[in-house]
Design a protein around this ligand. Sequence first.
Ligand code: ADP
Ligand code: MG
Ligand code: MG
Length: 910
Amino acid sequence: MTNHTAGKHVYSFGGGSAEGRADMKELLGGKGANLAEMANLGIPVPAGFTITTEVCTYYYEHDKSYPDGLQTRVDEALRRVEEIMEARFGDPDNPLLVSVRSGARSSMPGMMETVLNVGLCSRTIPGLIAKTGNPRFVWDAYRRLITMYSDVVMEKAAGIEPEEGEGIRQQLDRLLEAKKKERGVSFDSELAAEDLEELTASYRQKVREVLGADFPDDARDQLWGGIGAVFGSWNGRRAVAYRRIEGIPDDWGTAVNVQSMVFGNMGASSATGVAFTRNPATGENQFYGEWLPNAQGEDVVAGIRTPNPLNEEAKNEQNHHLPSLQEAMGDVYGELVDIRNRLEQHYHDMQDIEFTIQEGRLWMLQTRTGKRTGTAALNMAMDMLSEGLIDQRQAVLRLKPAQLDELLHPIVDAEAEEGFEALAKGLPAGPGGARGQIVFTAADAVRWAAEGKQVVLVREETNPEDVEGMRAAVGILTGRGGMTSHAALVARGWGKCCIVGAGALDIDVKSKTVRADGTTLREGDVVTLNGTRGLVYAGELPLIDATENPRFQEFMGLADDIRAMAVRTNADTPDDARTARSFGAQGIGLFRTEHMFYGAGSEEPLFALRKMIMAGSEEERRAALDELFPFVKRDIKATLEVMDGLPVTIRLLDPPLHEFVPQDPEGRTRLADALGIDGAELDRRAEELHESNPMMGHRGVRLGVTFPEISEMQIRAIFEAAAELLKVGTKVFPEIMIPVVGQVSELDDQLAIAKRVYREVCDATGRNEIPHLYGTMIEIPRACITADEIADTAQFFSFGTNDLTQMTFGFSRDDIGGFVPEYLDRGLLPVDPFQVLDRDGVGVLVKMGIDKGRTTRPDLKVGICGEHGGEPSSVEYCHIVGMDYVSCSPYRVPIARLAAAQAQIRFPRE
Ligand code: ADP
Ligand code: MG
Ligand code: MG
């Protein structure tokens, strides 16, 4: 922070200029920075100011108090707004009203919602009525202020958590409903001034009754109450929960925006709306949005009325009878289209915008980079690339690696769908297909999902309190709301299947039922959602994988051109290997022979393995190994064959021995018979295998050291399989990987066996050579520390970061359930280190291992084969420390390819 900005704390915007800029998001929050940017571009923005995130940080570091002088700065900034707007805050004759808006760096559900119309009180109401000559509008604004303020400032920010349906907002809404009923009207826009005035009196009464405090009747109290609530909401439960999910650091803080009000509720020539510069669901290059005449702020998003379409392109089954903005206010629409074009040209990306029209005059209230589905992100990136709006690198950065997941995700089988009648139709807010049991509250969604159930969350509409439940659900279905409703925005951000505004559904949260078309579904019943078409089905429909999309291939080609690391896969079977190849894998980074002892067809090899484990002498063991040999060789050969032309890293057996001892009496008897021993002897040998700490026990290379014949058998299988394939022209590149190595002596011990067997196989098959590498898995801290010595023998390193994380933290992988969740909840760990590679600890060991290894052997080949190999941030780290490749499970290969390309763009290396 440079000196002249330190302690400035308040940044003004409006009147054709601003003190801030779009690149000041850290200080001003996303909303404030972009309001400033728009003001600087000469786009009409109501004047206002931003209180910086530094004030939020200060607030939490100083016992929830403000820095000295803040009040003066706010007063000064307010005076500037008053000058531009020619009205005064709290003034009885010519009152200025403002909104108080939260604004973190990126928009965050769970943060305090905006309070509009701040500054209306007994002192200012008569003046505003006189000034506007529109009492209906003033009372409407006042009842909205009471609702928003009591809800977000007096209840939510104060940490009050009412029972479902008993929040102050719902209680006030019931008074509104009663009033509408009494007057025989269906929309709030039809209530008269007197009705609204009466309502505000009963609202204030209700607030006092429910919250035990008066709604503040002073403009300044309202303003500072709002500001305090924004800062307070940063540490609210929901905001904290959202930060955990999204990995947003707690110390970022939020900014507060105070902005003069413009009114969309002043009559028929006033309106409010939300739009995307391109279609956020499909990516199509069409201006897309919704608006409502005579409405304010969140009305469009909250789904109180079905919003009107912005233009022809935005018309759909629900709204086609309503006039578009294009039709109703052609001139204003034209202005808006101009602004849309300017914003896209300026930001080089799709924008999500908010606007208000006050008596025919257009005002912009927000612009930000729009959330989009993976499909839309892909289409927009490729379109903007060909439009020349962005270059190849920018295009590659436009998809988050996690969004690829969504592109490869299931969709409802279109053929099967033909035969089914949809229960209801809504708007296609989040793509793909989802199938699950219905639940009606966010809490139930979380609970059921924790029990391993797939749930679809059904709500009338969603709000920030539902975020955790929405996350837990496989799909989201709402009865109300449009394409810009909360549910739609959140689902789209996550690429989650979502249908909103399915108006035919009669959702009853109390009785946990949903009715439509004569069918009643209860909690736990299964529905299938087609989020791409907006169709809801009762019951189960088949889902299929979205297949090869040429645009996807093209996009991945761009990424492949850029990346510096290769991407391999962890595959144990020819089938997995084939799948991974089709996803672009350039080899196998981890092939585990253990696989053949699990699942279908495992009976015979497993029995041989058990005999090997329970053998009492070398002779018995060799006999069992002879039986095992053909299975091992067959498996290796089949996989090498599929990977024709590509390297395959084969890890020698690393089984937790005791796990393979049969527990059932029948299995034990059969095993004892086969070994020619009695039950007691078997029990004794099993007992001997018992270890107090098998994770650090007799496993990996230690097994090969004590029983060299086990390594010998496997190495022979590898070389024989390779030799046979070479003979028929298959190109094989096996890499023998020794697990659980901590010192070079272990590796040398095994190398002697490998060399001997290699010679024997070469001689027997008449070959001069069989291409191969000999190396090790690096998964023990000591191996990292002595990597220079280890690289004397090892030709390659593959970091086994699952075990390395376990050993570095001293966290047993199998037992972390007992404490890691609490570490995460309480912020002792930023993320689960088994999912995201810990750069500061484990990462340092990895880097040390690579650097030391390469001092001995400059051409040492280095990769990773832990779970981290498919996690974008870990892939980035692997790139930074100079790995040659990452290896991950087959379906994550595209994610790793993209993550590797993005890493190269952000951290270029030779
Ligand atoms: P969110 O982050 O939830 O979108 P916003 O601060 O953008 O919250 O505000 C919520 C709604 O209120 C939006 O529709 C916005 O356009 C509207 N709004 C905010 N400030 C003003 C204002 N000064 N005048 C008119 N409408 C406003
Ligand atoms: Mg909002
Ligand atoms: Mg907004």
